[in-house]
Design a protein around this ligand. Structure first.
Ligand SMILES: Nc1ncnc2c1ncn2[C@@H]1O[C@H](COP(=O)(O)OP(=O)(O)OP(=O)(O)O)[C@@H](O)[C@H]1O
Ligand SMILES: [Mg+2]
Length: 303
């Protein structure tokens, strides 16, 4: 056979990966990043699931951890976008495509994939698993047959598989309310505020934290619960509204938080879309409960 057909791995070539390049800076999350990487580097940890609300930063954290670990997986690190997928077979096909497996035989694709990945030291990042959780048992079968394979999953909900290590991704650190007269310097250290400043500078290059706008910026970040997606959506408006004016509108945050980047996934273009996406994943009984709770919340608020 020609040399190019051999399975030999060259120690000089960097491991392959298909991680999407990020167009914005990665901010903060140093403790979370370390925790996720430590988990993935622990020998018997094979499945790590980052869970949390829509827009809390699961994908971004997973991508950063995966990128940092490229050198630890000599056969590669591969990103699989499961967001558009609803069926188990389609999920398996998406994984096969990501790792470069072409369908060649009439064997079931999962068997083919198991054979293909058997000796591979590989990390798969399975992104947005929440709407194909039914596929979890089949996908996790891969771990039994491929002893060197590891899975890093993002999902609004845990997969509830044996051996799953759940890592809840918290919102970004928020300004503390008891911080009465914080300095600009102190405020700039806080993750959610740094995200606000850096994203505001994308639309308004001369934006900076000042003694006038700092209290409003801090208040916006707390009112948005430190949710990175919400903060990014809010800063998209900074060329129209001062932070003080934004703050007045955060009360009706559903209306304010429109107009996110058009190349964001549809489910993330507005905070409403993010909530709708989660809602559509609930079964009818859960949807009724959700409706009841939102009515309840309205009453509490107006009371
Ligand atoms: N640490 C971070 N640094 C910079 N930007 C971040 C960070 N965390 C999140 N973001 C940004 O916030 C937005 C939402 O984050 P992300 O897409 O990771 O959320 P998610 O939890 O995966 O949401 P979903 O459940 O909808 O998939 C993205 O635009 C992302 O780039
Ligand atoms: Mg995501």
């Amino acid at each position: 056979a020609p040399a190019s057909d051999s399975q030999q791995k060259s120690p000089l070539k960097p491991p392959p990966n298909n991680l999407p390049v990020q167009l914005t800076s990665f901010i903060g999350r140093q403790a979370e990043l370390k925790a996720v990487k430590d988990l993935l580097m622990t020998g018997d940890v094979r499945l790590v699931t980052l869970t949390g609300l829509g827009g809390t930063g699961k994908t971004r954290l997973a991508l950063q951890a995966a990128a940092d670990l490229i050198d630890h997986f000599e056969d590669g690190v591969f990103f699989v976008d499961l967001a558009p997928i609803r069926e188990t077979e389609a999920a398996i096909a998406a994984i096969a495509r990501a790792v470069g497996l072409r369908e060649t035989s009439d064997r079931p694709l999962l068997d083919e994939l198991k054979g293909y990945l058997r000796d591979q030291r590989m990390l798969l990042l399975l992104d947005n698993f929440e709407q194909v959780t039914a596929a979890a048992p089949r996908v996790v079968e891969l771990l039994q047959d491929c002893p060197q394979l590891k899975l890093l999953v993002t999902s609004r909900e845990a997969l509830h598989m044996r051996g799953e290590h759940i890592f809840p991704v918290p919102p970004m650190a928020m300004p503390k309310v008891d911080l009465k007269q914080p300095s600009i310097e102190q405020l700039t250290q806080i993750e959610s505020i740094r995200l606000f400043i850096e994203r505001a500078q994308l639309v308004k290059p001369d934006f900076g934290l000042t003694t006038e706008n700092a209290p409003a910026v801090a208040e916006i970040c707390s009112r948005l619960d430190g949710l990175p997606l919400a903060i990014e959506l809010a800063t998209a408006r900074i060329s129209l509204f001062s932070p003080q004016a934004l703050l007045e509108r955060v009360g009706s945050r559903m209306k304010l938080l429109r107009g996110g980047a058009r190349d964001l996934p549809v489910r993330q273009q507005t905070l409403r879309d993010t909530i709708d996406w989660s809602y559509e994943l609930l079964d009818p009984g859960e949807q009724r409960l959700f409706a009841l709770l939102s009515v309840f919340r309205l009453h509490v608020r107006s009371g």
